[in-house]
Design a protein around this ligand. Structure first.
Ligand code: PMP
Length: 357
């Protein structure tokens, strides 16, 4: 009805049509306020309700325990690469970083500006090193890892067991895609623009006892204590409002159990198309850690066919399937809001394309 395509972008990514329709209905006059959410005070009654409901709905969706703070901040997940060491370490501290792809590597490089970084395990961009091989530092301030590597398509099947160490996770590209036991984590952070909303907001879920210990030189907008309540300065109001609508939408999809079942079904269709192709398509990732969100694949016999694949698929309204510039090939991102029909259409196209080449 809206002339929309199946958008496989890795982010900013597709959003639920009912959410977009709601934003359209609210755009010029938000619920009788006579203003758009973009135009109203972040301290007025309408926005106060919007941000309180967004937090309450996210708490419900993820079953976030009461001893965690939820912050809606700016600067993206990349800014958290610096904010986390500034808030959770003192000078001279060591942090453990697990590197399984491009984003966890970037996080480790940024952390190294503020503390000693011990790369406790380094993957080959296709797998996650066996937990038994990780060399954790006994007194590390925390262990950081990326739960889903957006570029490589490597996803942890469960939270790594790090014993009593504080576990910090970048969940930017699989946030709210499946149930997560928040109590296992010291801190979870995620940019919104893949699974839960537009760009411009990053969610930080942090155990409250860790808040209030930032280094003195920490910029105010990065200090979790100062940013508590997300209203120290002007927050990304519009982005928070859209995330709030997405949280309600996900609650209506059967919560994260329902969301996961749908995501499993979509990813399965694409992986099966790869597996059933007798090697025409290839996934570089070890099966046990293949991402449910980002599915990279190549056409190994003839890379020129990849260009053809991208051009033909976009003519069929399946767009943004190009792999990240650092790895090439194709990448299908099938986040929460990708409809099942989109994954079905892609799998069918993959079969058809193979039969013709
Ligand atoms: N971590 C992961 C896993 C990501 O996918 C991304 C964005 N693609 C980032 C961090 C960086 O996020 P941002 O662009 O919001 O800084």
């Amino acid at each position: 009805a809206h002339g929309r395509v199946f958008n496989f972008s890795a982010g900013p990514a597709t959003l639920p049509v009912p959410v977009l329709e709601q934003t359209q209905a609210d755009l010029i006059n938000y619920q009788g306020s006579g203003m758009s959410v973009m135009e109203m005070s972040h301290r007025g009654p309408e926005f106060t309700r919007i941000i309180e409901e967004a937090e309450a709905d996210l708490r419900k969706l993820m079953a976030i325990p009461d001893n965690y703070k939820v912050l809606f901040l700016q600067g993206g997940a990349s800014q958290q690469f610096a904010a986390i060491p500034l808030n959770l370490t003192q000078p001279g501290a060591t942090v453990d970083q697990v590197v399984t792809g491009s984003w966890s590597k970037k996080a480790a490089e940024e952390a190294a500006k503020f503390c000693n970084v011990n790369i406790v395990a380094k993957g080959d961009n296709k797998s996650v090193p066996e937990r038994s091989t990780w060399q954790l530092t006994p007194d590390a301030a925390y262990v950081h890892y990326c739960d889903n590597e957006t570029i490589q398509g490597v996803e942890f099947s469960e939270a790594p067991d790090v014993g009593d160490a504080l576990l910090v996770a970048d969940m930017s590209s699989n946030f709210c895609s499946k149930p997560v036991d928040v109590s296992k984590y010291a801190l979870i952070y995620a940019g919104a623009q893949k699974n839960i909303g537009p760009a411009g907001v990053v969610v930080v879920i942090v155990r409250e006892e860790l808040v209030g210990k930032a280094r003195p030189e920490t910029p105010v907008t990065l200090d979790y204590k100062i940013m508590e309540g997300s209203l120290y300065n002007t927050p990304p109001c519009w982005s928070i409002y859209v995330c709030g609508l997405v949280f309600k939408h996900l609650l209506g999809c059967g919560g994260l159990e329902g969301v996961k079942a749908n995501n499993d079904a979509k990813a399965k269709l694409v992986y099966e198309a790869i597996e059933a192709s007798s090697g025409f398509y290839s996934s570089p990732v070890e099966p046990s850690v293949r991402s449910n969100m980002n599915i990279p694949f190549t056409i190994p016999a003839d890379a020129t066919l990849e260009k053809e694949f991208l051009s033909e698929s976009s003519k069929k309204n399946m767009v943004q399937l190009k792999g990240h510039r650092s790895v090439g090939g194709m990448r299908a991102s099938v986040y929460n809001s990708m409809p099942l029909e989109g994954a079905k259409a892609l799998a069918a196209f993959m079969k058809d394309f193979q039969s013709r080449h």
